[in-house]
Write a protein that binds this ligand. Sequence first.
Ligand SMILES: Cc1ncc(COP(=O)(O)O)c(C=O)c1O
Length: 379
Amino acid sequence: MKFNTKTIHGGQQHDPAYGAVMPPIYQTSTYAQTTPGGHKGFEYSRTHNPTRKALEDSFASIENGKYGLAFGSGLAAIDAVIKLLKPGDEVISTNDLYGGTYRLFTKIFEGFGIKFHFIGMENADKVADYITDNTKLIWVETPTNPMMNIVDIKAIATVSKEHNLLLAVDNTFATPYLQRPLDLGADIVMHSATKYLGGHSDVVMGALVVKDETLAEQLYFIQNASGAVCGPQDSFLVLRGIKTLHIRMQRHCENGEAIAKYLKNHPKIEKVYWPGFEDHPNHHVAVEQMDSFGGMISFVTKGSDYDKAIQIIENLKIFTLAESLGGVESLAGHPASMTHASIPKEEREKTGVVDSLIRLSVGIEDIDDLIADLEQAIG
Ligand SMILES: Cc1ncc(COP(=O)(O)O)c(C=O)c1O
């Protein structure tokens, strides 16, 4: 099955009860048993729920994995991955990553004795320098949030396999429409399904997909034992979102490219971060591992002027100033004070998240309206 068919049919079957074509929302916490343990595969909805199962099978299908797991948020999914580790274990992570992931690693898991090394992974060879006997996991975000750095998943997978480590990739920005980390050698793919997979900014959810059965069993155990699952209504919404992922992504990419080029030529814009530009440091890797470049763009104004950046985002009329990304509607954000405020200023500025940086999640509206909106806002 090709990707554009998998988004609609992957892992799906018509409901066995009445043949419903769309998966029913099984709004139930429990399931009748004829005798203790005598049930139809479902006993309690923290453990399993038919609507969530349909979604989990869809996750597995679109990411070319075997096992999918849905969680109450992207951070809950990341939390489950780190719970595979023990005190004393070490993780090597990209240094430019979603602020909430950084906060989870440093403010929660460092307290439980797990050590994190945050490094730039644009050069994959650097990773080996940080591997010790205690290293268990490499955590990669690519493209990174918000600097749009590109990490070579295949090259990092080679290092992780050599040292018998797990490699997890946060594929939220790219989605499997553009990039399939399991095919490139990763062990775990993670999503904030809140973003492009859901696609309509109406649900918060996380996803994991793996191929390996033992790893899947460990993660299912954590999912059930820790309990950060999502409900059936949200599962239904994300499953519905995935059915249009391919056509939404196609338009996100077209609009993203047009806006990246418009901004690059704008006299008041200093720098535009978008992996589709030939002068992007890892453009060649992006070309290799992604099918196109997506709808996420960051930029700074000339003179790195904080007030000007704030003025632009306040002037926007079609782009909404809001947290999050990946919905059909265009959003603009100020990473330093919003999504990445939980990262200390010195750390954040080292990776380029300066006070004048603006991040755009380009939606699927008419491109002429989006460009006109930027034009009037930048002035
Ligand atoms: C790249 C990335 N990973 C993870 C997350 C966390 O996901 P959630 O907000 O669904 O918990 C986000 C949220 O913005 C994100 O952008």
